[in-house]
Write a protein that binds this ligand. Sequence first.
Ligand code: GTP
Ligand code: MG
Length: 586
Amino acid sequence: MDVIATAGHVDHGKSTLVRALTGMEPDRWEEERRRGLTIDLGFAWTTLPSGRRLAVVDVPGHERFVGNMLAGVGSVPAALVVVAADDGWSAQTAEHVAVLDALGVRHALLAVTKADLADPAPVLADVRDRLAATSLGTGPLREVPGVAVSAATGAGVPEVVAALEALLAGLPAPDRDAPVRLWIDRAFPVKGAGTVVTGTLAAGRVGAGDRLQLGGREVGVRGVHALGQPVERAEATARVALNLRGVAVEDLSRGDALLTPGAFRSTAELDVTLARAVEDRLPAEVVVHVGSAAVPARLRPLEGAAVRLRLATPLPLRVGDRLLLRDPGARRVLGADVRDVDPPELRRRGAARLRAEELAAQPTGPAGAAAELARRRFVRAADFAAMGWPTPDDATAVGPWLLAPGLVEELAGKLPAVVARYRQLRPLEPGPPVAVVRRALELPDDELVPAVVRAPLALREGRVAVATAGLPAWVQQAVDAIRARLAADPFAAPDADELRAAGLGPRELAAAVRDGQLVKVADGVYLAPGVEEQARARLAGVPAPFTLSRARSAWGTSRRVAVPLMEWLDARGVTERLPDDTRRLR
Ligand SMILES: Nc1nc2c(ncn2[C@@H]2O[C@H](COP(=O)(O)OP(=O)(O)OP(=O)(O)O)[C@@H](O)[C@H]2O)c(=O)[nH]1
Ligand SMILES: [Mg+2]
């Protein structure tokens, strides 16, 4: 299916031509038919002789309804520009064409209507001339095909049909694999079905059973209609009506968007560049139009074509989107391309100018993505994609993160100094905990730390440790003395006074335990590694079951050591405590 929107001055014959082309009545409201004036968007469709199906969004020409016109053309790739032969280029012709130009619409057909009332030739020539200067002009001659037609006599209608066929055949194929962002243009209740919304599906596909994101919630698609018929699945480009589950009509309005979950991020602050240079001052307040949405925004010129926008309500925007900025006071519209949907804060003096220079220098497309990743250094891959960037080929992927090329090596190079600094302050520790490294390297997530650890550093028990860390010399000496004594008598744990005299406080002892040189049996009770086997070996020679005091004499130690050692062995499953408080080996 193809979708085209009308454009043109009030009363120039848009709706009449749509009626002649489709046999359908685009003016849906009683008031519209009574006044012979389109107020809101109208929808009609037909099958062209080639078999191509065409939906037409008919817009109002009256200046008061330009907001509706904008909602109608926002997602549509091609326009049918209507100018009456007896009136020629008029105020809303100019305004509508400026809108199409600002939106960057590149495909159009000019129909000069009411050819029965005046010679259409001069108007055809004049308007085609004017259109050549806009985005609608294509080819080296910047031509727009034009046809004269009279809906009153029917003359020219077949020529309009033929010209439409040619135009539609030349439209670029929509991206049907892209995520869905359906800008809602109508929401209404249907008896028995519930909530129905309509919109122009510009990319992607949507089918019954899909789940779509709507603001902060998810809604289910119960059914899909296209051109009045139920379909399994609709593919871009298409006019679609979706029957939604999980949302009331009152909670929906024109300008809301239904989104592929997770594929878009909502943003209220963004950087754009104007599509055309502007000589005079930019307005401080504009209305941003995209799809069927219209949101007031504050505009801050950065420098040159670069502008920062702050939206009154966030919108699901992506880098590469074309926005229309409207200055309602001056009746002026500007096209603007979204360049960054998560722009850096501008705090320092001159930051705005630097940002503008950055944007001016940054290419668009994949090369722009590489530059963007280099600027951000790291970003979640899903976020980056939701911003509208393709994944740069040379990015480093670490779990859910993307890192700029070369960044891992750069950080790995910095890490030894971070570890050395830490160990200078805390010589008893083998190295900094992962969280400390994360902060020191200004990484956003602990998950990224392992990627920058290189030998001889290693990740050990939640720390980045020096493989050959060992203990400071004086601690090692004191521990050696204790180990020598324990080698002679494995259960002669030094008491608190002895430990203190040797200079071993809790931190030194913890370091010795971490380093595998001592075993902590209980607070203040430290023995040598291997004590478990030695304790078991001694108990093996004692008839079971045995009492604590029998075990104590087998170990040849005091109650101070024997009581916690016995419990420690119980806990490790070496011994088993029986109901009468005696033990046996397991
Ligand atoms: N003689 C003649 N009258 C026409 C022709 N096309 C439209 N009209 C008349 O022009 C008037 C306006 O036509 P519409 O089709 O409603 O114009 P429109 O552009 O849709 O107007 P808005 O939607 O209000 O902007 C109607 O009275 C039509 O009958 C034509 O080709 N010849
Ligand atoms: Mg009309």
